[in-house]
Design a binder for this molecule. Structure first.
Ligand code: GAL
Length: 516
């Protein structure tokens, strides 16, 4: 991949969108049709009145470094995000997660707003280095960290909220980065011990596990583009090696769970994959192929091994033909013994749709583009902060793609949401209300009309938090958080109230169609 070129054009594109004043309202509901700005496909975009199937899981998501704070309290070891934010120069205004939403001290407050929201699931992550300060079991476990997560999980269960625990959400213990991070197979082994430890400690109470969050973003943005921790700019070959180890790390943890704990604990172990939807620009074969290649090289790269025991053929062919990279191979034993069906649910994180065509001689559009593909954001779409497109039908198509390519797996939308930029107390986030209404409606269409086995939707995020390189400037919260107030008060936005209504209705039932 010609990364520097691609990266440059991505940044230019991002900047362009930042300076252009885009309208903030994305859609309206008129005569039962969504009038998405500039979308005219009425059949596709007509609002569906109905309810999700019984038992649909409603939740919200956060992650440890983004909300906890207490970065060096009570024996927590440093993670690569502590290093990255303290180094300076990586994050907007050098913000850090030192205090963040102070969730380390605010279990009661967090559970209270979750209860008010009416969600029945809460996806959060455990900080690996809060539990095992150097990432390993070679030293004593941090009892305070352990107590914190037990207390949080107990409080959730008392409030009838099911915990969904992510084991690794970008914040690798610094001590493991010091031995090469996931490039070193020893880290895979330490991850297995860590996962085993969490299953043993919390597994009586936790029935949903996400092993790794967005390996695609972690590998490429963290190790090749140098944008997020550990801020490395390694050659592509090494990214592919790291990716390979992450895939094996998940599969080993999955297997361990089912060998040692599954029967007794009866839980599910999945992974959260960043899932951009690539819409072919035209129906020409070359564009269809380009869009498929884009999906295979973003989603298929990390997910296909867990459903079909190997990398996508399209990706293998492409890499062989167009690069000098040697794609690592899974051994026959790995394929048979640990990869086969090693995901109990596909966690779908979705924030973006792109239009894709065959590239010819054109420059790449986005940094995700392989050499033969050009992806771009349609100029007519609403785009939030240069990257987050508002294309509700994109999530339905992504869900269908996963359904089709991975044997109709159980899917949980583990993240979906929309940002605002700024520090203002903006509680009237009508655009987010519209966004959620539209996206959730499209998820419901996938479930009811297309037969996709989608079992839950978790909004990103419960509250404003440390948005990685954007610091506290970029806000995804259903709750506003005042980061200049030491008490970090949380205040419900209009979107929180709208979400509660959708949850109570289990969808959008007025005028339910009996024929469905
Ligand atoms: C995801 C990530 C989350 C959150 C979100 C919004 O990539 O998993 O932690 O930051 O993006 O940008």
């Amino acid at each position: 991949m010609s990364v520097s070129f691609a990266k440059l054009s991505f940044l230019v594109l991002a900047l362009m969108f930042l300076v252009v004043d885009r309208p903030s309202s994305c859609l309206e509901l008129i005569d039962d049709k969504f009038v998405y700005r500039n979308f005219q496909d009425h059949k596709r975009d007509t609002f569906l009145h109905n309810r999700f199937k019984k038992g649909f899981a409603w939740g919200v998501a956060t992650s440890a470094y983004q909300i906890e704070g207490g970065w060096n309290e009570d024996g927590k070891g440093p993670s690569i995000w502590d290093t990255c934010s303290h180094q300076g120069g990586h994050v907007f205004m050098n913000h850090t997660g030192d205090v963040a939403c102070d969730s380390y001290h605010k279990i009661a407050e967090d559970v209270a707003i979750l209860k008010d929201l009416g969600v029945t699931y809460y996806r959060f992550s455990v900080s690996w280095s809060r539990l095992l300060p150097d990432g390993t079991l070679n030293h004593p476990v941090n009892k305070h960290g352990l107590a914190y997560y037990h207390k949080l999980i107990d409080a959730l269960i008392n409030a009838n909220i099911e915990p969904v625990v992510t084991l690794f959400h970008f914040d690798l213990p610094q001590a493991l980065q010091d031995i090469g991070g996931f490039e070193n197979r020893q880290t895979v082994q330490h991850f297995l011990y860590f996962a085993d430890f969490c299953f043993r400690e919390f597994g009586q109470k936790v029935k949903y596990w996400v092993t790794i969050n967005e390996p695609y973003v972690y590998v490429l943005f963290g190790h090749e583009y140098g944008l997020i921790a550990p801020n490395l700019k390694l050659p592509s070959q090494r990214s592919f090696n790291i990716a390979h180890n992450l895939i094996l790390a998940h599969a080993r943890a999955w297997k361990r769970y089912h060998e040692r704990y599954g029967q007794e604990q009866q839980g599910l172990v999945g992974m959260a994959f960043s899932t951009i939807w690539a819409e072919p620009m035209t129906q020409k074969a070359a564009d269809l192929e380009a869009a498929n290649l884009f999906m295979q090289m973003t989603v298929g790269w990390f997910a296909r091994p867990h459903y079909h025991s190997d990398y996508p053929d399209e990706m293998k062919e492409y890499i062989e033909k167009h690069t000098d990279i040697k794609l690592p191979e899974f051994s026959p034993q790995e394929k048979e013994q640990i990869l086969t069906r090693s995901c109990d649910f596909y966690g779908l994180n979705h924030y973006m749709t792109v239009m894709v065509k065959e590239r010819g001689n054109e420059m790449p559009g986005q940094m995700f583009d392989p050499e033969t593909v050009r992806s771009e954001i349609d100029r007519n779409w609403i785009v939030k902060e240069g990257y987050y497109t508002i294309v509700p039908w994109g999530i339905r198509k992504a869900l269908n793609w996963i359904h089709k390519h991975f044997h109709g797996p159980a899917i949980i939308v583990t993240e979906n949401g929309m940002p605002h930029v700024g520090y203002d107390v903006n509680l009237e986030d009508q655009d987010r209300v519209e966004y959620m209404t539209a996206y959730i409606n499209e998820v419901m269409k996938a479930q009811l009309l297309d037969g996709v086995d989608v079992r839950g939707y978790f909004a990103w995020s419960l509250m404003d938090n440390f948005e990685w390189t954007h610091g506290y400037m970029m806000r995804f919260g259903l709750h506003y958080v005042n980061f200049t107030d030491p008490a970090r008060p949380r205040m419900a936005r209009a979107s929180a109230k709208a979400y509660t209504e959708i949850i109570q209705d289990n969808g959008f039932p007025s005028k339910v169609r009996e024929d469905l």
